[in-house]
Design a protein around this ligand. Structure first.
Ligand SMILES: C[S@@+](CC[C@H](N)C(=O)[O-])C[C@H]1O[C@@H](n2cnc3c(N)ncnc32)[C@H](O)[C@@H]1O
Length: 325
């Protein structure tokens, strides 16, 4: 059975309980899709020449490993509230995946008046605005989040840091609906959250085809799927090639913050980030000495249900924060 729903502008979102790998969750046991090779996709347009980050681009014509996806399209029920949020807010808060379009230019064009005032409660005098400095939006930092789940942490952090613009990326449609709903609920309050825009697409493709080099002030990856079975480890999001791409898209001094409750993945994350020459660890070697390279939980990251679940299972939680040199 397929389930379709869509916003007023006619775009239709579809969820399907069946996916091409026959996996139902990152913990499922079916065989992975076979690895395929194909021609190199166009990358160049967004990369300024002479950048140290150019090393990430494979040579033209070279075969490249077709990406093994870090997610499966899980079956998920869209609630009535989420569906309504798609209808009411999708047009305003969803960004379209469009290869070879500069996503930062796109969000720089979003002005405060773009907010649909009909979604703001009549008694709310505080207007939502995507940028606190509309005449110079570039001054508002941009944080890219990969895999926000149901958007709990995203909404919390966006409310806490109203001057930061968040591009939140998630493939799970009920999660996208849930974050839209949270945004909608906030618009009814004195503290509307308007500093999030959602892109519902594979983050790896968004990075490759829409994010310019040295354009981000931060990256958040909280509780990425652990893919804990050995034969599924290759699906883990945080691996050297992705981190090289992300590092290249950070501005100098910008940060990447990962958190996980899966120890083996924490070790892999620390190892991969430590090996990336464009990054250095922000953990304080003296103050955080007992954390052995991991960081204290930054103040802005709330406890999510994934974290609580991990804690209940007796897992630790590891924060890894590096910055672009
Ligand atoms: C375990 S959940 C964690 C959710 C959330 N960050 C939290 O802490 O509650 C991981 C999420 O990452 C999403 N995800 C995995 N790979 C992705 C990708 N390549 N692009 C976008 N989302 C992805 C999954 O759909 C899933 O919702």
């Amino acid at each position: 059975m397929r389930c379709s729903f869509g916003p007023r502008n006619g775009a239709v979102f579809t969820i399907s309980p069946v996916n091409d790998t026959n996996l139902t969750s990152p913990h499922a046991s079916s065989a992975d899709a076979p690895t395929k090779f194909s021609a190199e996709p166009p990358l160049g347009k967004l990369a300024p020449s002479g950048s140290s980050a150019e090393r990430e681009a494979p040579s033209v014509g070279a075969p490249y490993l077709k990406t093994i996806k870090s997610f499966v399209r899980r079956a998920g029920r869209i609630t009535t509230g989420q569906s309504k949020a798609f209808e009411d807010l999708g047009e305003q808060f969803l960004l379209t995946y469009q290869p070879d379009t500069n996503l930062i230019d796109t969000i720089n064009l979003i002005a405060p008046q773009a907010i649909n005032t009909s979604t703001i409660a009549k008694n709310n005098t505080k207007k939502a605005s995507f940028t606190s400095n509309p005449s110079n939006p570039v001054e508002n930092p941009v944080v890219f989040e990969i895999g926000f789940g149901m958007g709990e942490a995203t909404a919390h952090i966006a409310a806490l840091l109203p001057e930061t613009r968040f591009i939140a990326c998630e493939v799970h449609q009920p999660g996208v609906g849930a974050l839209l709903k949270r945004i909608g609920e906030s618009l009814e309050t004195e503290h509307p959250i308007d500093n999030i825009r959602i892109i519902s697409h594979d983050a790896v493709e968004v990075i490759d085809h829409m994010l310019p080099l040295a354009s981000l002030d931060g990256v958040h990856i909280f509780f990425p799927d652990p893919w804990h079975k050995k034969r599924h480890n290759k699906r883990r999001l945080i691996q050297a090639p992705l981190i090289a791409k992300l590092a290249a898209r950070l501005k100098v001094g910008a940060y990447i913050h990962c958190a996980t409750d899966w120890q083996a993945y924490a070790e892999q994350i620390l190892e991969v980030l430590s090996a990336e020459p464009l990054l250095k660890n922000r953990a304080d070697p003296v103050k955080d000495a007992e954390l052995a390279g991991y960081s204290q939980k930054p103040h802005y990251r709330p406890l999510t249900k994934f974290e609580n679940r991990g804690i209940k299972l007796g897992h630790g939680v590891w924060d890894v924060v590096f910055e672009r040199v």
